[in-house]
Design a protein around this ligand. Sequence first.
Ligand SMILES: [Zn+2]
Length: 423
Amino acid sequence: MKARMRVATEGRSGCGPVIPPLSEGLRPLRQQVFERIRAAGTIARVQLAKDLDVSPASVTTITSELIAVGLIQEVSAPREGGEGRGRPAVALGVRPTAHYVVGLKISDQDLSAVIVDFAGNRLADHRIDRRPVALTSAEVLDAIVGLVDAATLKAGMTRRDLSAVGIGMPGYIDSPAGRVIWSSVLSDRGVPLASLASAHLGLPVTIDNDANLCAMAELWFGAGRMLPDFAVVTIEQGLGMGMVLNHRLYRGALGLGMELGHTKAQLDGALCRCGQRGCLEAYVADYALAREATTALNWVYKDGQSMIVLLESLYDHAKAGNHAARSIFRRAGRYLAVGLANVVNLFDPPLIILAGARLRFDYLYAADTLAEMEAMVIETGRPLPRIEVHAWGDMLWAHGAAALALSTVTERLLSATSDIAAQ
Ligand SMILES: [Zn+2]
């Protein structure tokens, strides 16, 4: 920390934030042009100039370059008012065939893959169930190669047609370094998975954690497209959070921020999978419910047994009026309320999306939980942020991982300061 402080202050005069020339907010104009076209689907040059507040001449120059290198194309667009005479209006769109990427999800329950084209269209997907046991690095790499090959085969492609791979898994993932610090799906720790997978596949690979990829999926394809800031809270094997600030995923200084599941909800509390005590997820996540269920309902949980079957049974008991089963969901709901209230008190996001595969455990998401949360949010007289519950489909993370791969490709092609034609 001291070293960093020195860099920031030594030998400088003036005041105000020291913003590097190509920071997030000051991306090269051609990248901004490309991203605007991609976000719009199709857009006319004149509208592009208006949206970006630049001259039509600049837009013409940049879009000509982007067309010349094959990243965008001219498309005919319907004239406004419908019945225009003469030639149809010309608009611009991303050239879907310019690049293809694959996104992979590696979770405790299953493996899935989604292939998308450069315009974000989903071309093929593939899913395999798996036993919930931790895999070695070698087993994970084999699974990754098998998944990519199966998905590309379904899309009528080969690995060579792909430009990048995005991989999502639960746990502590140092995304910029491409390292899995800890994951429930891996028996090894500190695995440089991105470079290992890249060597196995012969393709650039980017990795990130599941909650961040859910946020990416919402940012690229879902409810978060129109919002500068929002939070996604994921509840499944663990409790995760992805935070989008100013239309970008926020990861923190070391890429390990937003670990809502490991914020402390109780001093000296329940033991968490991370080894510490009192973490929020030790009260809310699947394994926390399962642990309580084995005690309250006198079940014996065996390693490798399906957690889903156990939780479904717990849920059925709760619905049938079993007091102990109800109290388990009720308690987890109260802790979830603490976590959500903390998110609101810290970030004040306009939208919180609750995402998970099995959000039908409605005891967790009942009005009681929201009322509890409201009681813990600082009183301002304003309404609570919007809270949406999104039960995710099988392919949501993988789709988010594909968005991660697409953004990696885009950055690589467009952020370099060298002449684009040289790429
Ligand atoms: Zn923890």
